[in-house]
Design a protein around this ligand. Structure first.
Ligand SMILES: NC(=O)c1ccc[n+]([C@@H]2O[C@H](COP(=O)([O-])OP(=O)(O)OC[C@H]3O[C@@H](n4cnc5c(N)ncnc54)[C@H](OP(=O)(O)O)[C@@H]3O)[C@@H](O)[C@H]2O)c1
Length: 257
């Protein structure tokens, strides 16, 4: 029997490519998305069993739906990619608080709810691999995405701590830090009128996903997702002062560019 992988945000973008990568490495796929496009996942991924689940991971009920369906499969869970996430562009002065709280519910709270159950399951089976999609935004202030960046920083720090804790259970945790990637992400964040609005210069989600899955199976702590220029940007983020990084980020994220 194939191994089993669960991928959140599998209906599009980086998550869809992660699901495809895992399927090509012999994993059946449980794919999560909040809308009905997740039902098309089996058209995108062939040769393995695909179980699409429509669930809103920003809610406790949505997470429960996923956990219930996974338990019904009664199979070991070999890989989990905690990938679903969104951003919200604009000055914090102008953005809507409810939108921001919803983003926190999806990008942080829902991930932790899901991770709690997964960690128990993988610790009991004494094996497993967890891939956490964070972002290059975890390494810099993110003006005009000032709540989004901290959600990715949270997930990076969570992954790093969890990695150490889970070693004694034979479970490996890897963080994927993509640079700007050509998906619907910035459009959904309302950032069409920023430099991030154009997908022309961004990383290929296929490459980002492959780098993440390679690092996952190599048992690495983290990997930058993207091309050479993205890797240079990540290296710069380690040495530049926060104030300079904030100015540089704002050039790309400020509306009206
Ligand atoms: N694109 C970038 O530039 C970039 C850079 C760094 C990091 N990232 C990170 O990469 C991850 C994936 O982003 P992406 O670029 O692939 O974005 P995307 O193309 O917009 O895909 C987002 C995925 O999350 C799902 N999703 C959204 N809301 C959800 C909800 N409430 N419940 C369950 N699923 C939900 C979406 O499916 P439905 O719409 O069908 O629900 C979709 O499958 C995110 O965590 C993001 O922070 C992206």
């Amino acid at each position: 029997m194939n191994k089993l992988a669960l991928v959140t945000g599998a209906s599009a973008g980086i998550g869809l490519q992660i699901a495809k990568e895992l399927s090509q490495r012999g994993h059946d796929i449980v794919g999560i998305g909040s809308g009905d496009r997740i039902d098309k996942l089996a058209d995108e991924i062939t040769g393995v069993t695909v179980v699409p689940i429509q669930a809103d991971l920003s809610t406790a009920d949505g997470v429960e739906t996923v956990l219930h369906r996974v338990d019904e499969l009664a199979r070991p869970l070999d890989v989990v990619a905690l990938n679903a996430g969104k951003s919200l562009g604009g000055s914090f002065h102008d953005t809507d608080l409810d939108d921001e709280l919803h983003m926190l519910d999806l990008n942080v709270v829902g991930q932790i709810r899901l991770a709690k159950h997964i960690v128990h399951k993988m610790a009991a089976q004494r094996h497993g691999r967890i891939l956490v999609t964070s972002s290059l935004s975890a390494l810099t202030p993110t003006p005009y995405e000032s709540i989004y960046g901290p959600t990715r920083a949270f997930m990076l720090a969570f992954a790093q701590g969890l990695r150490e804790e889970m070693k004694e259970y034979g479970v490996s945790v890897t963080a994927l830090l993509p640079g700007a990637t050509a998906t619907d992400f910035h459009h959904t964040a309302g950032m069409d009128n920023t430099k991030f609005g154009s997908n022309a210069w961004k990383n290929d989600p296929t490459q980002v996903a492959r780098q993440g899955v390679d690092a996952l199976f190599a048992g690495k702590a983290q990997v930058i997702g993207g091309n050479a220029s993205t890797k240079r940007a990540a290296a710069l983020n380690k040495i530049l002062p926060e104030s300079i990084k904030a100015k540089r980020f704002a050039k790309d994220s400020r509306p009206g560019q």
